[in-house]
Design a protein around this ligand. Structure first.
Ligand code: ZN
Ligand code: ZN
Length: 450
């Protein structure tokens, strides 16, 4: 495993001959052409970027690590090999055992890097999620998944690799910052609540809480998501909600079965269920403030036995999304009222099982958003550091942001050509985004802690 960590082979380092100048002592300017020289061919970046010089030197290593993660994907709370690989990388960087905690939130890994500069003892948490999805990869990449029905189809392989790269750079430059960095490798982001599991094990409180995780109390937290819908060189970072609350509901519509020819002696669950589905669509259009956003999607509907039989039961399941708790509660309560009212109208019995998922991911601290935007100004330039982005997708970084100030932002990683959407079997991202992601982490640390 250690042999896969990379970084020792100088012949693998990217060419530097065409890089031009630097805009700060730690930065290196890369033109559109320079980016091409890194391999990977044409890309979606249209203007020069400025990456951290040490991150640039680690590009091949980050790429190698990313590909190892990509080839060896593990799903939620099964990230055992992934965690072992991360620990091996952290140790190879020079982080001591006493500053590494494993099995935080079941399979998560936490590590500390302490700055050596004099100053405040602020603790910044940087987070990368670790889990893959239960998808059979259909890409033809030579680093495609080796595990059947397992795939890094969301970019978490890139998050881990970029954070490991940033960790190495920060560890080797401890004299450049004060305070400390808590590295958070979080399991089970994909719907399985890995973040609250880590919080329960004390990642935010640190050793004072007497829980599994040591290190200082976290003061602020930052997280990224590589984003295949945004071109390379774009950073989407904005105030307010950026990802939605994601809830799940199941409605059982019970009637009374009978012969299709004698409807008056039965209670038709299919007619009642059709009315439920239609009425649910009135919630967003008639109850939610038009300036807010919400989604009610019925994803499945099942019931009935045969063409001439009146169904006695229909089950509907779906998802509800909202950017605020207020909208979330409106959706839930109207759903209950509709189920209740239509039960009365159709004479059967309706039950609603509403399950809360992740809360909305809200960048509620303008100062933290500005910190990221300022760092983004240096890396990709002011025109591309604060692009707006809101998606009805969900993200459990929301739990960290409920507990601490911080910011969650998106790093553009679209490959040239067709957009390869997240959670699809053909997903991939432009690996050159690793340079931008790791540079954002490192420069954020330098900016915040110096
Ligand atoms: Zn995902
Ligand atoms: Zn993801």
């Amino acid at each position: 495993m250690a042999g896969l960590l990379g970084g020792d082979d100088d012949t693998n380092q990217p060419t530097t001959k065409r890089t031009k100048g630097s805009n700060a002592d730690s930065m290196r300017t890369l033109s559109v052409e320079d980016l091409k020289d890194l391999g990977g061919g044409d890309h979606t970046c249209t203007e020069e970027i400025h990456v951290n010089n040490d991150c640039f030197e680690l590009y091949k290593e980050m790429q190698k690590n990313r590909r190892w993660f990509h080839q060896n994907p593990e799903i939620a709370f099964e990230e055992v090999e992934t965690a072992a690989y991360i620990v091996a990388c952290l140790k190879s960087i020079g982080i001591e055992d006493k500053d590494i905690w494993t099995e935080i939130g079941v399979t998560g890994v936490v590590a500390m890097i302490y700055g050596e500069k004099k100053g405040e003892s602020t603790c910044i948490m940087l987070r990368a999620d670790m889990d893959a999805l239960s998808i059979q990869e259909s890409s033809s990449a030579d680093y495609a998944s080796k595990n059947s029905d397992r795939m890094h189809a969301c970019g978490h392989d890139g998050h881990m690799s970029a954070l490991l790269g940033a960790a190495k750079v920060c560890f080797n430059n401890k004299n450049k910052f004060h305070g400390c960095i808590k590295l958070c490798f979080q399991p089970a982001e994909e719907g399985r609540h890995g973040a609250p599991a880590m919080i329960k094990d004390g990642i935010l409180e640190g050793q004072a809480a007497g829980l599994r995780c040591g290190g200082p109390r976290v003061d602020a937290c930052y997280g990224i998501h590589l984003w295949s819908f945004e071109r390379l060189g774009g950073i989407q970072c904005s105030e307010g909600p950026v990802m939605a609350a994601s809830d799940r509901f199941t409605i059982e519509v019970k009637g009374k079965g009978g012969h299709g020819a004698v409807p008056h002696q039965s209670k038709d669950a299919i007619v009642a269920a059709a009315s439920v589905v239609t009425s649910l669509q009135s919630i967003v259009s008639r109850n939610v403030d038009p300036l807010e956003a919400g989604v009610v999607t019925c994803g499945t509907i099942n019931g009935g036995f045969g063409y001439n039989i009146i169904a006695d039961k229909v089950t509907i399941s779906g998802t509800a999304r909202a950017f605020s708790k207020n909208t979330q509660e409106i959706i839930k309560s109207r759903m209950g009222a509709i189920c209740c009212g239509l039960q009365e109208a159709y004479g059967g019995s309706n039950t609603l099982d509403y399950e809360y998922g992740y809360p909305p991911t809200v960048n509620a601290y303008p100062d933290c958003v500005k910190n990221v935007q300022r760092t983004g100004d240096k890396v990709v330039g002011p025109k591309r550091s604060s692009l707006p982005q809101k998606t009805m997708g969900a993200e459990d970084f929301s739990y960290f942001l409920e507990e601490r100030p911080g910011c969650f932002f998106f790093v553009g990683a679209a490959k040239r050509g067709e957009i390869l959407p997240h959670h699809k079997s053909v997903f991939d991202f432009d690996e050159r985004a690793l340079l931008i992601s790791s540079s954002m982490f490192v420069e954020l640390v330098y900016d915040l802690l110096s």
